[in-house]
Design a protein around this ligand. Structure first.
Ligand code: NAD
Length: 355
């Protein structure tokens, strides 16, 4: 996803907000709990806006603001690319050295969310837990993904993995002309929450798996359960495979890594896979089909919005199929216009957001 431009100084805030298409920025400080929270709503064309609540330490308030802007913009691109009538937003809590009373802290945050009257719906992100969402839900209905919402079948990483799997099927169909993944080799980088679930889906479709992870226990589980071949993290790029599926870190696609790739398709869950935008063109020149990350990894947000709208699980799961349709549209437009899939995805977001 395109990074939000950086805010150089607070004096530039008004022009930054209008330039980047922001609708609202709210800040709250609660001295009793030391809650220092920022809620940014990227665009108000679609309401309500959804985005997780991140609670981590920051080097400065400006860094927290920047994170909030970037994450909200990312969410807005993700919902727009998936044709969801939801805006994108994010809450960033500048974590104090010690949260003395976690219940009181998240109660104060819930009140902040509630004051926005439902224009922002919060959820989980780095540093928050399902139990925090349960605390928030006691004080506001504007929250999604509490333990009470999520059964075993509605784990967000499962929805993300299923969406990625549909996306891989679409890419294989488009690039290789195959309607089945059986017999293909797929290299999965990172077998954490999403990567593991993705391997499970792919294995059940007859895929030969090659996996890597910084965590050897996670790798061993895939070797045991899915007869996956394990490789060292640095060897995953040069693995002989049909599809490379990044499911660990962002920024991994750069001039050096793509030079090693043997796969003709890149389709995975990791956010912000392109180290820089120009890499998208390099992939096109190398005839590698790239599934734009914020399109293929939207399964979690599709699930969250569907739960909030009280759609049935069956309806929600079939909604994940639209990831495949979206990607096929993007691939076809990119091919016709001879530009990268990343360029087309960005164009589609612009068309949808009207800017
Ligand atoms: P996770 O932390 O559970 O898994 C990531 C895995 O990557 C871990 O097992 C970690 O050990 C491994 N890893 C880290 N560095 C590595 C390296 N250099 N080489 C190989 N493996 C490495 O995270 P997750 O929830 O599975 O998310 C994976 C990616 O997908 C992230 O980029 C995340 O932002 C993105 N994403 C996740 C969701 C979701 O529903 N969880 C939704 C959208 C996007």
């Amino acid at each position: 996803m395109t990074d939000a431009a950086h805010l150089q100084s607070l004096n530039d805030l008004p022009s930054y907000l209008s330039g980047q298409g922001f609708g609202e920025v709210h800040v709250k400080y609660d001295p009793a709990t030391e809650l220092l929270a920022i809620i940014t709503i990227h665009n108000d064309k679609f309401q309500p806006a959804i985005g997780g609540c991140r609670c981590i330490e920051y080097s400065s308030f400006a860094a927290a603001m920047q994170d909030a802007f970037q994450l909200a913009q990312g969410m807005s691109h993700k919902t727009a690319a998936s044709n969801l009538s939801w805006g994108g937003a994010k809450a960033v809590l500048v974590k104090p050295k010690l949260i003395r009373d976690r219940q009181a802290y998240f109660k104060a945050f819930a009140q902040f969310v509630h004051e926005l009257g439902g224009r922002y719906i919060t959820s989980i992100d780095s540093g928050t837990e399902l139990s925090d969402l349960d605390t928030i839900a006691k004080y506001t209905p504007y929250v999604i993904g509490m333990a009470s919402h999520l059964g075993a079948d509605t784990d967000p990483s499962l929805a993300t993995a299923l969406g990625v799997c549909h996306g891989i099927e679409a890419a294989v169909n488009f690039k290789l002309g195959k309607t089945s993944l059986a017999g293909l080799t797929i290299a999965v980088q990172g077998v954490g929450h999403v990567g593991y679930q993705l391997c499970k889906q792919l294995y059940s479709r007859g895929v030969k798996l090659v996996v890597t992870d910084a965590d050897t226990t996670a790798v061993a589980r895939c070797v045991k359960e899915f007869t996956a071949q394990a490789v060292a993290p640095e060897d995953i790029y040069s693995t002989d495979c049909d599809v490379f599926s990044p499911c660990a870190l962002g920024g991994i696609l750069n001039i050096h890594s793509i030079a090693k790739l043997k796969a003709s398709i890149i389709a995975g869950a990791a956010n912000n896979q392109l180290a820089e935008e120009s890499v998208a063109e390099l992939l096109t020149q190398a005839d590698i089909l790239y599934a734009p990350d914020y399109v293929i990894n939207a399964g979690g947000v599709i699930l969250a919005t569907a739960l909030y709208e009280q759609k049935s699980l069956t309806e929600t799961m079939s909604q994940l199929q639209m990831i495949s349709d979206n990607l096929l549209t993007i691939f076809a437009r990119a091919q016709k216009q001879n530009v990268s899939s990343h360029t087309i995805a960005a164009q589609m977001v612009k068309e949808r957001l009207g800017r």
